[in-house]
Design a protein around this ligand. Structure first.
Ligand code: PLP
Length: 427
């Protein structure tokens, strides 16, 4: 595969952009190569600066559920540009998208738009703290909720350990308010809540973990969190930035039938433009400024282009059978890859919920961060580079989710399985 232009651009980028990229995971470091520079994308195909074409399973890290450049979305955004890119004043578009979100998620009675998933989770946490008057928050090891200070923390050693910052620049004094529990273990949450009685403002969880690979919730996990949070007066936040509108129109809450107090959204609801949102019970949301005292703001919040792309995307997702078709595609490719691995004598642990899937390079089941961390990341890196050579663009880390979109055709999926079969045989 020719990649001289990408290599040249990366060298140039390194001079003016830290690490050559504007978000760390794009750098391909964990798979031991340099990033490809992308020129354009259409449908499920993505094209780099050297003219290579790939079948894309990254989908801009989740938003591209319709594929890239859906003509209806593109036309609507082009028309919206003619009306102005940003006003810093309310628009009818914001009401339309808010109503679509509240209709899709019965637990969301009110919603506020922001510009990224990070802003959504950061603001939801501030709101939970302001509402409860408590400082501590509880998250799960291996769950990613964006890069705000409180959330860049994972478990130290042992369940009762207070948080330690994962990044220089996050004060330890601040991180100590973040408790970290074990994904899929209600017991680990109960222990921390008991040890910090009446101090925990919120539990924030990816109801389908997508940032340690794809890890579905075990039966009873989300229900257990719901019960505990209700008992203890803790705000339960489902971070559906990734799985919202992805696994079903009503996200994880529709699939598992468990309601959160607050929900964070992003990615798909912006149709590829920068968006985030958080919403939930009126009783909690009314504490948000200017209705209440918890401050939150944004120059570009509710941006008309992003609202337009979101509205058009959500309309298309309501087509009859949309999610069923998507699920069938994802099942076909995920099972095909797992079978290819098995046939090559290289068994993997395959997970999938709706159109999110992951091939864990592990013979053992993966159900939390510790079991995910045991994967053979070196073998994954070899597989990743092999797949790229075969024209398949996967996320450049074992601990990411692959996304199937409506634009993937049967031929694309079959080509992907054939490529995987070749790559597993070569391992
Ligand atoms: N929450 C989850 C579950 C995510 O997957 C992400 C990003 O991948 C975020 C929050 C942060 O969103 P953003 O990158 O838009 O800030």
């Amino acid at each position: 595969m020719k990649n001289s232009r990408s290599t040249q651009l990366f060298q140039e980028a390194l001079k003016t952009i830290p690490g050559g990229v504007n978000s760390p995971v794009r750098a391909f470091r964990s798979v031991g190569s340099d990033p490809l520079f992308i020129k354009k994308a259409a449908g499920c195909k993505i094209y780099d600066e050297d003219g290579n074409e790939f079948i894309d399973y990254v989908g801009s890290w989740g938003p591209a559920i319709l594929g890239h450049c859906h003509p209806t979305v593109v036309a609507a955004v082009k028309a919206a540009v003619d009306n102005g890119c940003s006003f810093g004043a309310p628009t009818e578009l914001e009401i339309t998208l808010a109503e679509m979100v509240t209709k899709a998620y019965p637990s969301i009675e009110m919603v506020r738009m922001v510009s990224s998933g990070t802003e959504a989770t950061m603001s939801a946490i501030r709101l939970a703290r302001g509402y409860t008057g408590r400082d501590k928050i509880l998250k799960f090891s291996g769950c990613y909720h964006g890069h705000s200070d409180s959330l860049l923390v994972k478990a130290g050693s042992g369940l009762a350990t207070f948080g330690v910052p994962d990044s220089p620049g996050v004060p330890a004094d601040f991180a100590k308010h973040t408790l970290t529990a074990v994904y899929n273990s209600v017991e680990s949450v109960r222990e921390l809540v008991t040890a910090n009685k009446d101090q925990v403002a919120c539990v924030i969880v990816e109801p389908i973990a997508g940032n340690m690979g794809t890890v579905p919730p075990n039966p009873g996990f989300l229900e257990g969190l719901r019960e505990l949070c209700t008992q203890e007066g803790i705000v339960l936040i489902f971070d559906e930035v990734m799985c919202g509108f992805r696994v079903a129109y009503g996200g994880a809450q529709e699939v598992y039938g468990v309601k959160a107090d607050l929900t964070t959204l992003g990615k798909i609801i912006g149709g590829g433009l920068p968006v985030g949102a958080f919403g939930g019970k009126k009783e909690i949301m009314k504490h948000l400024s200017p209705a209440g005292g918890v401050y939150q703001a944004g120059t570009l919040s509710g941006n008309p282009l992003a609202m337009t792309a979101g509205i058009e995307t959500l309309k298309l997702l309501q087509a009859p059978g949309f999610y069923q078709d998507l699920e069938e595609k994802a099942k076909f490719v995920a099972e095909g890859i797992a079978k290819a691995a098995k046939d090559a004598g290289y068994p993997i642990y395959s997970t999938r919920v709706g159109s999110m899937f992951c091939a864990f390079f592990s013979k053992e089941p993966v159900y939390d961060w510790d079991s995910a961390a045991k994967c053979d990341t070196k073998a994954f890196a070899t597989y990743f580079r092999g797949m790229l050579e075969e024209g398949i663009y996967l996320a450049c880390s074992q601990f990411e989710t692959a996304f199937v979109g409506a634009a993937h055709s049967q031929a694309d999926l079959e080509k992907t399985i054939a490529a995987a079969a070749k790559c597993f045989k070569a391992l």
